[in-house]
Design a protein. Sequence first.
Length: 379
Amino acid sequence: MKKSILIIPVFAFLLVTPVSAQNVRPESKESTYQNTSFYDVSAVNRKSFRKKPKNIILLIGDGMSIPQIYAGMTANKGNLYLNNFKHIGFSRTYSANRYVTDSGAGGTAIATGHKTKNSAIGVDSANIPVPSILEIAQSNGLATGIVVTTNILDATPAAFVAHVPNRNMMADIAVDFTETGPDVFIGGGIEYFRNRKDGRNLISELSSKGYHVCDTITELLKIRSGKLAGFLTENRVSKRGDQLPLTTEVALDILDDHKKGFFLVVEGSEIDGGGHSNDIAYTVEEMLDFDRAVGKALEFAEKDGKTLVVVTADHETGGLTLVDGDLKTGKITGRFSTSGHTGLMVPVFAYGPGAEEFDGIDENTSFFNKFIRLLRLKQ
Ligand code: MG
Ligand code: ZN
């Protein structure tokens, strides 16, 4: 009798412990990263902008909050392109059913303005499809683009073009990608377009829709107009090199030709990977790679004067704590507390016309309405 009294509370505890909390690591080790490839950051100084933006570049660092940013800033001796932003806020990331979101619900909130259940893509919490800012921009005649460093069908990019109850439905997401048809999309995942159970060859469908379909970076960098479907392999930055900043530049070059303006999403997809792997080197290198893509967006926006640049994240990954560092040498020591995501707020940085709208603390669903209003889009 006494035994069962003791056992019941133990089982009750296991039953109520959320999945995310099971990832928590009570004793994680510190690890140190010493940066060796530093880069200079140019300042953007433009003081006056027109009232409303013609173009929006939204950059999402998957798994990036203050710890990842400051780890990157320390590793680059205090300098990041992010240092240029004067309008800064915070975004609350919880989903419709969890305090700790995944990238499906996080991406859907940013893209559609609806909090939804974890794992859902482009549908509300009742699984009803809801239009994304990219789709609405497209139906208003703007050009659109998506550039990522992971599978193009992964949750964050998918949230802008697809409508499925679960992020694992890659074959369906590939169909939504082909049918929505952003002018430019660059990422991995060609096998879901080519080798399909339904017998469709989405690569041929894209070609017949007028896309340049490329599967090497050399080939892709030559495309500077028309429609582009770029399929690149997914790698850590050590093998990928400058792919993200370079492909961001290609996308801007193509989209800039459109008279009605454009909406471009760029994702630093693998900051999240560094967090899940509890790997400080991986985290910092991906953070700095993403920052260089932010630099490309800022340089474009400074010249152009009609482009709003917004940088944010879907959630933090790894529960990273910075326990030591050296801003003079670019050394950073960190400790992770989970192999999953955390519930932290994430920062929002904005530059250009309408940037002041992003000051303060707001929900992750607020981006959608602000973008609609600023671009004066009809829904
Ligand atoms: Mg992502
Ligand atoms: Zn993740």
